[in-house]
Design a protein around this ligand. Structure first.
Ligand code: GLA
Length: 343
């Protein structure tokens, strides 16, 4: 067996966000790709963005073997809020869809041994038009999330300028730390600034965020998966060294279990996200997921590799149209990826 020795590079010593969280890529469930901004609870109560949806997903994460494998976050995305803040300027959930409030939902999720993630947006509005967190609201919103018992924040970047983002993302990091509650912090900042230096400073990001979205939103198709993998591989010289325990590149959700991927394509997404040391956030309906999709998402070998404590992101080492030229098995047809110490 041929072994490759890794040198410890200076980036390995850079300070991570001081919350000690996400030493391995986070795992869980996120509503967006599958459930989008469906707020129609009158005609679609089963699938609309409501406390019921998150409680049911928490039940399944706890009952169907997910939690034990590491899938621990239940994450709310856009469209959970009321259209306006309350009289004191606090964010509030839509009272019809979240009648018991987010604190009660967090308690419910915690009682099942899971963690709750929430969504906000640095800017005047969220991407779907709900109240945003402007610079003067950052401390207030961080405190609200902490008081509710939230465990993770995805801070999107719609409707803010480059300047506001440069101020706001570090400011929210400090504000979350100052609450005293460990809250993991997912920054969409780089995705709004083209994902690459000089506009994006990955050293800074690793200091202030636990994970960050670098690129386009995933859609329910193989083309979308491929375009993400291509962008990450093309730019791996910049991206790969930025990842490590406590700070991860996020190529977006796993869409396995939905409508756009064949079985082989689903296996490929799992393998590729595994090798990229990507956060494993499923966005699928765990109430009706097929056995075959579940088997892929629960593949113990994939999870073990993804969760390698060294946290070294894999790289693309070979790209070829010729399948016969490729001797390693179980990886996608056109590319070979590599992660770890030994080939
Ligand atoms: C942006 C984000 C997505 C999702 C939507 C919600 O597009 O990149 O992941 O959060 O907003 O509106």
């Amino acid at each position: 067996m041929k072994c490759v020795v890794f040198l410890l590079l200076p980036h390995a010593f850079s300070l991570a966000l001081e919350n000690g969280l996400m030493r391995t890529p986070p795992m869980g469930w996120l509503a967006w790709e599958r459930f989008r901004c469906n707020i129609d609870c009158k005609t679609d109560p089963h699938n609309c963005i409501s406390e019921r949806l998150f409680m049911e997903m928490a039940d399944h994460l706890a009952m169907d073997g997910w939690r034990e494998l590491g899938y621990e976050y239940v994450n709310i995305d856009d469209c959970w809020m009321a259209k306006n803040r309350d009289m004191m300027g606090h964010l509030i959930p839509d009272p019809e869809r979240f009648p018991r409030g987010i604190k009660a939902l967090a308690d419910y999720v915690h009682s099942r041994g899971l963690k709750l993630g929430i969504y906000g947006d640095l800017g005047t509005h969220t991407c779907a038009g709900y109240p945003g967190t402007t610079l003067n609201r950052i401390e207030q919103d961080a405190l609200t999330f902490a008081q509710w018992g939230v465990d993770m924040l995805k801070l999107d970047g719609c409707y803010s300028s480059a300047d506001e983002q440069a101020q706001g993302y570090p400011k929210m990091s400090k504000a979350l730390n100052a609450t005293g509650r460990p809250i993991a912090y997912s920054c969409s900042w780089p995705a709004y600034r083209g994902g690459l230096p000089p506009e994006v400073n990955y050293t800074l990001l690793a200091n202030i965020c636990n994970l960050w979205r670098n690129f386009d939103d995933i859609q329910d198709s193989w083309e979308s998966v491929l375009s993400i993998v291509e962008w990450f591989s093309k730019n791996q010289g910049v991206l790969q060294p930025a990842a490590g325990p406590g700070h991860w590149n996020d190529p977006d959700m796993l869409i396995i279990g939905n409508f756009g991927l064949s079985l082989e394509q689903s296996k490929s997404q799992m393998a590729l996200w595994t090798i990229m040391a990507a956060p494993l956030f499923m966005s699928t309906d765990l109430r009706i997921i097929s056995e075959s999709a579940k088997e892929i998402l629960q593949n113990k070998l994939m999870i073990k590799i993804n969760q390698d404590p060294l946290g070294i992101q894999g790289r693309r080492i070979l790209q070829s149209e010729d399948r016969h030229a490729i001797s390693l098995h179980s990886l996608p047809r056109t590319a070979q990826f590599y992660r770890g110490h030994c080939l």
